[in-house]
Design a protein around this ligand. Structure first.
Ligand SMILES: NC(=O)c1ccc[n+]([C@@H]2O[C@H](COP(=O)([O-])OP(=O)(O)OC[C@H]3O[C@@H](n4cnc5c(N)ncnc54)[C@H](O)[C@@H]3O)[C@@H](O)[C@H]2O)c1
Length: 436
């Protein structure tokens, strides 16, 4: 089957490469010429483990190609996926659907055969109706079914998630749409991945409800961590004890500096806007958004406290280890490190930063942070180091070298990757999240 993927970012590129790997013929389309040029040269525009090899082998097999020309890319495609961004709209937090709507219009204008148009972007309830309306408005006279197929992959583990998903959600009431989507996902169907067919509106809402729930779980354990600090309990033990209950589950119960990334912050906000529009507020998610927002900057204050408070912190130097919102990605969108660096900068603290993959994206977002080539370069002369992202590279720092390079052996571990007793025995002033 020929598949067109409009939008070749984290989701579009991974999905396109995986569909090609299933044996489909895939054209990835993007309006960003430099992205397409790089892809044609075999250079990945994003960091995602395993992606380069997957793209390379499927290009070599003649199943995967790239273009900026939408008409050429969708010609003969039975399934046309929309995988463009849906960021928060400036000013009000609604999902900005301008990219999705623009693709719908262009597809309507250029379609030359019957096709299923699939929204893979995360879009608010009712967007499928709007995409259908826009396509009809272009005067397109081919048979078109608009289907919702939200994506649940995680950056950093995207290929595995795509190929072995917990579930595939397909929202449509249209037989043609259902038939084409069955064919698209047939290889996974044979793998016994659960496929859930629901209405288009339910599919659209499933994605937001899932992300809001996960954001709530993270925020819940973060507040429990704060309580642990006050009462002298250990949040890792609490979290283990809670998560062993099968009704709760152990995932997303790791206390830290607050959630960030390309999805949770914007999707929780967009869900709240939908809820408001329909006069059906979701107060629990309202609280989650507020708590998480204030937490990121509070983590900056935690580092300042470790330096001895605001007065003592002025003029001191902090090494920030890990800048991306989580490990194994170069994605900096809404990363807690941005608010932490800002809080430190506001307090007159000099900040040096290091990240294994995210420095190129981080540099313009934190212009006052001195970007370093290694963690040790950042640590040199630092009065404290703060681990913001749990990259494997930080799990086994050479502690003697750290002590020799740093001005003071102060470690603020915002991901709880070290053991307090071990660090204290090694001569560090060690501060973690929710461990007494
Ligand atoms: N990143 C994730 O982990 C993730 C996971 C699940 C769902 N999603 C959702 O998937 C969607 C895409 O997210 P992303 O992270 O891949 O975004 P992204 O910003 O990495 O990629 C979007 C791409 O679309 C391209 N684009 C925009 N308008 C276009 C047009 N008119 N024609 C062709 N290309 C166009 C952009 O140039 C860009 O390359 C969003 O709705 C997001 O919420 C993302």
């Amino acid at each position: 089957m020929k598949i067109a993927m409009v939008g070749s970012g984290y989701v579009g590129l991974v999905s396109g490469a995986c569909f090609a790997d299933f044996g489909h013929e895939v054209v990835c389309i993007d309006k960003d010429q430099s992205k397409i040029d790089r892809l044609r040269e075999g250079v990945m525009p994003i960091y995602e483990p395993g992606l380069e090899a997957l793209v390379e082998s499927n290009v070599a097999a003649g199943r995967l190609s790239f273009t900026t020309d939408l008409a050429e890319g969708i010609a003969g495609a039975q399934a046309i996926f929309i995988a463009v961004g849906t960021p928060s709209r400036r000013g009000d937090g609604h999902a900005d659907l301008s990219f999705v709507n623009a693709v719908a219009r262009e597809v309507g204008e250029k379609l030359a055969n019957d096709a299923v148009v699939v929204t893979k972007s995360t879009v608010p309830v009712g967007t499928g109706d709007e995409v259908e309306r826009i396509i009809a408005e272009t005067g397109c006279n081919h048979r078109v079914a608009v289907v919702s197929n939200p994506e649940f992959l995680r950056e950093g583990a995207a290929i595995g998630d795509f190929k072995r998903p917990d579930r595939i959600v397909i929202g449509t009431d249209d037989d043609f749409g259902r038939e084409v989507m069955r064919e698209v996902y047939r290889p996974l169907f044979l793998n016994e991945s659960p496929i859930l067919f629901v209405s288009r509106r339910s599919a659209e809402l499933i994605k937001y409800a899932a992300n809001a729930f996960l954001a709530t779980k993270i925020t819940f354990i973060n507040e429990i961590a704060d309580l642990c600090e006050k009462v002298g309990a250990n949040v890792q033990d609490v979290s283990r004890g809670v998560g062993m209950d099968n009704r709760i589950g152990s995932k997303f119960l790791h206390a830290g500096p607050g959630y960030g990334g390309s999805c949770f912050p914007k999707d929780t906000l967009a869900l709240l806007k939908t809820a408001e529009d329909y006069d059906s507020p979701i107060r629990i998610v309202e609280a989650v958004v507020k708590v998480n927002d204030s937490r990121k900057r509070a983590m900056g204050r935690k580092v300042i406290d470790a330096l001895g408070g605001l007065d003592a912190a002025r003029g001191k130097k902090v090494a920030l280890l890990g800048l991306t919102f989580k490990p194994n990605t170069d994605d900096m969108r809404d990363s807690p490190s941005i608010a932490i660096a800002q809080a430190l900068g506001d307090a007159g603290v000099e900040v040096a930063g290091y990240d294994p993959e995210g420095m190129e994206q981080a540099a313009p977002l934190m212009p006052d942070v001195q970007m370093c080539k290694t963690p040790y370069e950042a640590i040199e002369g630092a009065d404290a180091l703060a681990i913001v992202t749990e990259w494997d590279a930080f799990r086994a720092l050479d502690l003697d070298r750290v002590k020799a390079l740093a001005k003071a052996p102060v470690l603020v571990d915002l991901r709880n990757i070290y053991k307090p007793d071990h660090m204290r025995a090694a001569g560090f002033t060690y501060v973690s999240v929710g461990r007494g």
